[in-house]
Design a protein around this ligand. Structure first.
Ligand SMILES: [Zn+2]
Length: 102
């Protein structure tokens, strides 16, 4: 059996990144010891793209990255959310009477 593991990393220029946390994180992933499960890992591809902020954004309340999952161009791996009056909301932070509230 083989598994495909998708890993999503957002590099946010608004973050105060003063160290090399992203490379450190990737190193940790590559160093995972899965030998107890008789699994081996290899990276078969990587892709970096600029986020289209018309289809995703950070929740104005909790800061989670969200995308409108009903939009055909939504971003896989992001939580569901929506943009209201220019502000993004995740499904957890939306008002309870909103249809997307979770
Ligand atoms: Zn939220």
């Amino acid at each position: 059996m083989a598994y495909l593991c998708n890993l999503y990393i957002v590099i946010d220029e608004e973050m105060d990144v003063t160290d090399n946390r992203i490379n450190g994180f990737i190193d940790q992933i590559m160093d995972l010891d899965l030998s107890d499960n008789d699994l081996s890992t290899c990276i078969v591809g990587a892709n970096i793209c600029e986020l289209n902020k018309t289809i995703c954004g950070k929740c104005c309340k909790c800061g989670a990255w969200v995308s409108d999952q009903q939009n055909v161009d939504s971003i896989d791996g992001f939580s569901d959310g929506c943009c209201i009056d220019g502000k993004w909301w995740c499904d957890l932070c939306l008002q309870e009477n909103h249809p997307k509230h979770f």
